[in-house]
Design a protein. Structure first.
Length: 401
């Protein structure tokens, strides 16, 4: 009898307590009332009243799932303007029938014009807004409005922002000097004394007139192509210049961000192509005299021969050693070019100041306010070494006979 009474009392208590435990959030929004934003473009407006021009790439879920497809664009672009980013967001939301949801933003593209003015205010919003992700990839649109990047239809993905992320991942792993740069990385780069972040560039090449329609996908050669381009070098929060070629590759080598990259060298018998598949860089400083620090760079690389359309005897250790020396000199040249360009821009985005601070924190406090002049003249030593590990599927070319 006592057990039965206890069970009845327990059930009654659960009827009262369970509804309280299952209540939802006061500001919850049902999924079918949300418009999922996959990318954001930030352009400089024509006036201070319209300083921020925000374009939101919204996924049209019906076109992605295919169940209720209407054969329209898989994404829609809504643009709002305002004195602040939040005001621009509010103005853009008036154009949609659903709540703009920023929790799934994968890409943020900032126009070159805005980047040259400064980006710290917009980054403050991104870090402060609870809906935004600090893992969103950041790009700078080169020589064109950021809105055009967000409105380019792509072949391999229905969602342009997803295609851009995948292109960056591919090139960073195999053939390029571009690397993943997220909101949090950019914020930390701005906080580096005398330096700044390095951000990937992006632009649309080809015919812009058909870039935002499905016509761009109906030809074998797409009329407009979304491309990951050069690297945007900043000082503090302002864009100072574009890195390309050796200056870009040398920069990424020093930042230890590169995984694989091709190298082409020329000698008396023509061109040879290599794949450098392992690169290890260490940067240290001798800063007993903080006003005259010495930066020491040590880099070791392993490479594979990919192309040798000539009559080299690749079974000869002397030949491979000579080719290794050429690769080493090429690497040394790339690093020297990167350092020279950073000094020209007056920005230590290479992070040498951080190395000096770790070596001599007390001395750094005395010199940090004039590090720019010290960085421009300090001694830098480069110790490079490259080893050719293999020549892939064969040794000598069939041209050796």
């Amino acid at each position: 009898m006592k057990i039965r009474s206890f069970v009845i009392t327990l059930l009654a208590a659960m009827q009262v307590l369970l509804p309280l435990m299952l209540t939802g959030c006061w500001d919850s929004v049902e999924l079918n009332r949300r418009a999922i934003v996959s990318g954001v473009a930030i352009d400089r407006g024509p006036s201070e009243d319209k300083k921020y021009m925000l374009s939101f790439q919204v996924i049209v879920s019906e076109e992605i799932s295919g169940k209720q497809a209407r054969n329209t664009s898989p994404v829609a672009l809504y643009t709002g303007s305002g004195r602040t980013m939040y005001e621009a967001l509010a103005n853009a939301s008036r154009q949609t029938a659903r709540f703009l949801s920023l929790g799934h933003v994968r890409v943020i593209v900032i126009s070159e014009k805005f980047a040259r003015e400064g980006i710290k205010d917009m980054l403050d919003v991104m870090e402060r807004e609870s809906d935004m992700r600090l893992t969103s990839r950041v790009f700078v649109s080169k020589d064109q409005p950021a809105r055009e990047v967000m409105s380019t239809m792509t072949v391999f993905s229905k969602i342009p922002s997803s295609d851009l992320v995948e292109k960056l991942d591919t090139t960073s792993k195999q053939f390029g000097y571009n690397f993943k740069m997220e909101v949090d990385d950019v914020i930390r780069g701005i906080q580096v004394r005398g330096g700044g972040p390095v951000i990937n560039g992006v632009f649309t090449s080809g015919n812009r007139d058909s870039a935002d329609t499905n016509d761009n996908l109906r030809t074998i050669a797409p009329r407009a192509i979304l491309r990951v381009s050069n690297l945007a070098a900043f000082k503090d929060d302002k864009l100072k210049g574009w890195l390309e070629g050796d200056s870009a590759l040398g920069t990424v080598l020093l930042l230890n961000k590169i995984k694989e990259f091709p190298v082409v060298i020329k000698n008396e018998k023509g061109y040879l192509a290599f794949n450098v598949y392992q690169s290890q860089v260490s940067v240290t400083a001798s800063a007993k005299d903080p006003e005259h620090p010495v930066i020491n760079i040590k880099i070791t690389q392993q490479a594979a021969l990919k192309e040798s359309p000539n009559s080299f005897d690749l079974t000869s250790p002397k030949v491979l050693e000579r080719l290794s020396d050429q690769l080493t000199e090429e690497t040394r040249s790339q690093i020297q070019t990167a350092i020279a360009y950073a000094r020209k821009l007056g920005s230590d985005y290479l992070g040498f100041g951080e190395v000096v601070e770790r070596e001599n924190p007390r001395g750094w406090k005395k010199m940090k306010n004039h590090w720019e002049s010290i960085f421009a003249a300090c001694t830098i030593n480069i110790d490079a070494d490259t080893v050719i590990r293999h020549t892939d599927m064969r040794e000598n070319s069939f041209q050796v006979y």
